[in-house]
Design a protein around this ligand. Structure first.
Ligand SMILES: [Mg+2]
Length: 368
């Protein structure tokens, strides 16, 4: 199998509802950079990178100008070798950021081709541990009023989710505590199949003293994990927070390589590992992070990209949760993720199964 052609497209995807967290403000769109690979055996494969509204054109340019030529006439099954070539091609300007996003989209497409060539789901190619994984409902909801927040959480409960995450990081910490307390009480009133788990996400808003102070309050409310209390650059700070709290500290969506995860984990700065296949460098790098986590006896709970992460979580022993993210791409997917009784089901189709209906996508001017 040889790659004969590769194409890219850049699209803007409006979100159904505007969202907000503690650091990125209001967000109302996602960008998608979709890569397609065409092989000499008739297999067409695809992968994608997403952004939260900025940077997509740079990712597409890196793929078009620096990476595609590395793929032509190469065999997708040599994905480790191709990943290494891409990493070193962009190393000077890369080792993270948009370079990693560009590699991710291609790596995902390479794995799609490998799985399609074997006529197997991606998870099966990687070696299955399970065929479904528990999901948690994840709100990007700092902009919601308390009533709206409880309504959102109620929708998660109605759908059978056994865990829920909300945003924190309001200017007034008392407001954060009021919201978390209200959601905890609501969930306790709604419990059916045991206590519904609650997590919180500060999206890098705080410093160490504030994170520890808030974390101690959240512990009293039985919150399972505190996500991204600090900027991702502050490994030592995360270790201090993790040491000071009995609740778990979670992070990973802003870590862009296995080396960054290694630094965090070896510093004792993470209790729950949250790799994102798009921000991290693709399936190849994601699997290595999951293995590092396993060796440190840590669970993996993914960030966004639910539809492809279901394959990856089904293929590792230390899977904890799939994030069912508030940013839904279902309207644009040919086969949206299937959820049942609080679990996401790995699709039993060849490849990863994450294919966009491009008739519903809006190309960004002049760059399709
Ligand atoms: Mg997060």
């Amino acid at each position: 199998m040889k790659i004969k052609e590769a194409t890219t497209g850049l699209y803007r995807v409006p979100l159904r509802n505007p969202h907000a967290d503690a650091t990125h403000g209001h967000m109302n769109q996602v960008e998608l950079v979709i890569v397609k690979l065409f092989t000499d055996v008739g297999i067409e494969a695809s992968g994608y990178a997403y952004t939260i509204g900025r940077g997509g054109a740079a990712i597409k340019a890196l793929i078009d100008q620096e990476l595609i030529h590395l793929l032509l006439n190469e065999d997708p099954r040599y994905v480790e070798s191709l990943w290494e070539k891409m990493w070193w091609q962009l190393h000077w300007v890369g080792r993270g950021g948009v370079a990693t996003f560009a590699i991710s989209a291609i790596d995902m497409a390479l794995w799609d081709a490998i799985a399609k060539a074997a006529a197997q789901p991606l998870g099966a190619i990687l070696g299955l541990h399970r065929d479904r994984v528990p999901v948690y409902g994840s709100g990007v909801d700092l902009n919601l009023t308390l009533d709206e927040l409880l309504e959102e959480v109620g929708c998660f409960v109605e759908r059978g989710f056994t865990a829920v995450k909300i945003k924190v990081g309001k200017n007034d910490p008392e407001e954060d505590l009021e919201r978390v307390n209200a959601v905890r009480n609501f969930l306790d009133g709604a419990r059916g199949r045991g206590r519904i788990v609650l997590m919180v996400d500060a999206n890098m808003r705080w410093d160490v003293p504030k994170a520890i102070t808030m974390g101690r309050e959240f512990e009293k409310l039985g919150v399972l994990w505190l996500e991204e209390p600090l900027i991702p650059d502050d490994v030592e700070g995360h270790a201090k927070v993790a040491n000071a709290l009995s609740m778990a500290v979670a992070a990973g969506e802003n870590l862009h390589s296995k080396y960054e995860f290694k630094r965090y984990i070896s510093a004792g700065a993470l209790d729950i590992v949250q790799p994102d296949v798009v921000t991290l460098g693709g399936v190849t790098e994601w699997l290595k992070v999951a293995a590092i986590a396993e060796a440190w006896n840590l669970p993996v709970a993914t960030h966004f990209a639910d539809e492809i992460h279901v394959h990856l979580l089904c293929a590792i022993p230390n899977a904890m949760y799939l994030e069912h993210h508030a940013y839904r791409l279902d309207d644009y997917l040919i086969n949206p993720l299937v959820l049942k009784d609080g679990y996401a089901i790995m699709p039993d189709v060849p490849g990863h199964g994450v294919y966009f209906d491009e008739t519903k996508l809006t190309p960004i001017d002049g760059v399709k």
